[in-house]
Design a protein around this ligand. Sequence first.
Ligand code: FES
Ligand code: FES
Length: 133
Amino acid sequence: QFNKRLYHEKVVDHYENPRNVGSLDKNDKYVGTGLVGAPACGDVMKLQIRVDETGKIVESRFKTFGCGSAIASSSYATELIKGKTLEQAGEIRNREIAEELKLPPVKLHCSMLAEDAIKAAIKDLEKKQKECK
Ligand code: FES
Ligand code: FES
């Protein structure tokens, strides 16, 4: 179970009031979907982005089946990438997420999941946009 006392209030806030939970249409050619898992714990994260015609991320949604830190990391990630270009979003590192949420060392892989999910979503979108011009 998620023991609140062990975590920074920002994690608890994102965990209790997650931002941008849900799904976007994965068949939409402006939507990229990243689905990643953490082998160590089995937690799974789906993160989606939607870009406009200029390639800027205008929307993001997530669904995370995992620990509180993974949920908080993905929730924060969806806020972080909004308004960024794909290139800027691809530069987001888990350190940035972990620092914002003050994650303890044992929970760093939870933020890594968010970084991986962002990258996977970008990759999916780029592949799709190449296929359907
Ligand atoms: Fe594995 Fe958090 S414990 S993602
Ligand atoms: Fe038709 Fe991509 S929108 S192939």
